[in-house]
Design a protein around this ligand. Structure first.
Ligand SMILES: C[C@@H]1O[C@H](OP(=O)(O)OP(=O)(O)OC[C@H]2O[C@@H](n3ccc(=O)[nH]c3=O)[C@H](O)[C@@H]2O)[C@H](O)[C@H](O)[C@H]1O
Length: 451
């Protein structure tokens, strides 16, 4: 690996959500493999959660601590959205915005050739500009969902109309999203879209033409900016946590494509009613399952057995494994025994499922997830669990969709389509990354010429 002096130095600064830190880290790994030296900047708690994923990149990915003001309400272990109670999301964003001077000092000390920044950070491009550092936005959610929000909630796109009927939010989903957004969705300076608009020359987008071509083109028209796709950036799954081997050993004893993985990402927690309906739905489906159950960090310790129906774990023990907290999602999706993914459809989960060719049983929860779920249905690589007007689902519907996607002949087309898209995505990944490197080197070269 070339020394830091020989490499172009890039600072990467993701939002504090695990669903953002993870894609930024995967992009950092790909850029470091192309001889860039990466400064990966986040809070100590976020850096600690990814340390085991950069072992083989430690000479080219340097972790840089970004400190937020601590308070009794927001102690250091809450300086991440991973496990953060929902009522503190707004407080975290406020603490993040109060830390602008810290970020300016970091940029001034390290003086990278380029900054790659995220959403929720409209002040970052200005700070980079004050230090004469070119800044490019890396948009790590999907193009379809971003087009929808940008067209319908923010600026009307220069006379362009959003004519994509498959991508929509129900009234009840819009109400839920607005109520839980960590920022004022009516603010003129909406932190998501001003970040994208301020990006220099182009926007990096975590997607690929195989799954979002028409949406990437429309988003480019809306923003009047070039979109450079970085591919799905699926975690490779080579990291090994201690408990992983137990999970993977259990999975290896199951038949090919016989098991569904059930996970709702790093920020979502099912209420007791949804937990119960999902539990009975998994039982009724008669399909093997690995179910990751997460609880918000802090507060009293909750026992898994207490939130599941009486005797449930005993009844399902032959074909169901309930895991508390965290599981090796990429490893499980990449295993031959996995035949379906019951997912909230966070964007990284969607792109990982597509990368590994696993069809999705979609149970979206909030934000962009319903739009990502409808994209999967439009692609023919998933089915959505139907909900009532109160966004509640029932056990029979959960069992029906799982059986169709994983077992029944009527789901064969979905299973084939998921595999087909996986092959197409993987075939184009290397070419996409070469395009990214070319664009980043061009920006740095132009900036040097301007000096
Ligand atoms: C961008 C935004 O990030 C948020 O992140 P969230 O964590 O909810 O979900 P993912 O994007 O799927 O990200 C979750 C990431 O955590 C990994 N994982 C999760 C659980 C587990 O047990 N083990 C794992 O390895 C998973 O592999 C994925 O990489 C919101 O969804 C939002 O809708 C999404 O668009």
């Amino acid at each position: 690996m070339a020394t830091e002096e020989a490499s172009l130095r890039v600072m990467m600064f993701p939002w504090l959500g695990y669903g953002h830190v993870s894609p930024f880290l995967e992009l950092a790994k790909k850029l470091s493999a192309k001889n860039f030296h990466i400064y990966f900047c986040s809070t100590p708690i976020n850096l600690n959660s990814i340390k085991n994923r950069i072992d083989s990149f430690s000479s080219s990915i340097e972790l840089v601590e970004f400190h937020l003001p601590s308070s009794p309400e927001l102690p250091p272990h809450y300086h991440t959205t991973n496990g953060l109670p929902h009522h503190l999301h707004k407080t975290l964003l406020q603490a993040f915005n109060m830390s602008k001077p810290n970020f300016s000092d970091i940029l001034n000390n390290l003086k990278p050739n380029l900054l790659i920044y995220d959403t929720y950070q409209p002040w970052v491009p200005e700070i980079a500009s004050s230090h004469h550092i070119p800044a490019v936005n890396f948009h790590c959610t999907g193009a379809a969902s971003s087009c929808f929000f940008y067209s319908n909630f923010k600026l009307q796109g220069k006379g362009l109309q959003f004519n994509f009927p498959a991508i929509y939010l129900r009234e009840s989903e819009i109400r839920k999203m607005i109520a839980s957004a960590p920022y004022d969705t009516e603010a003129a300076e909406d932190p998501i879209y001003t970040c994208v608009e301020k990006s220099l020359d182009f926007v990096l987008v975590k997607s690929c033409r195989a799954i979002e071509d028409k949406y990437i083109n429309f988003f480019s028209q809306l923003l009047n900016k070039k979109m450079v796709t970085v591919g799905p950036l699926a975690q490779s799954g080579e990291e090994e946590e201690e408990k992983d081997s137990v999970i993977m050993e259990w999975l290896s004893q199951k038949g090919k494509s016989s098991t569904v993985f059930v996970s709702f990402g790093s920020e979502n927690y099912l209420c007791n009613k949804k937990m119960e309906e999902l539990a009975y739905g998994l039982e009724l489906s008669n399909v093997n399952f690995i179910w990751v159950i997460r609880f918000p960090s802090g507060g009293e310790k909750i026992k898994i057995g207490d939130v599941l129906p009486e005797g449930y774990l005993e009844r399902v023990k032959e074909r169901g494994l309930v895991v508390e907290g965290w599981a090796p999602q990429a490893k499980i999706l990449g295993h031959s025994s996995t035949g379906g993914f019951v997912s909230h459809c966070g964007w990284s989960s969607v792109t990982e499922s597509l990368s590994y060719g696993v069809p999705v049983i979609a149970i979206p929860m909030n934000f962009d997830q319903p739009l990502n779920a409808r994209l999967m249905v439009e692609l023919g690589a998933g089915l959505e669990v139907l909900k009532d007007e109160d966004l509640e689902f029932d056990r029979e519907e959960v069992a029906r969709v799982i059986k169709e996607v994983v077992v029944e002949k009527s789901g064969e087309g979905i299973r084939c389509k998921a595999k087909e898209l996986s092959e197409e995505i993987r075939m184009k990944e290397e070419g996409e990354m070469c395009g990214v490197v070319e664009e980043l080197e061009k920006i740095i070269c132009n900036k040097n010429l301007d000096e």
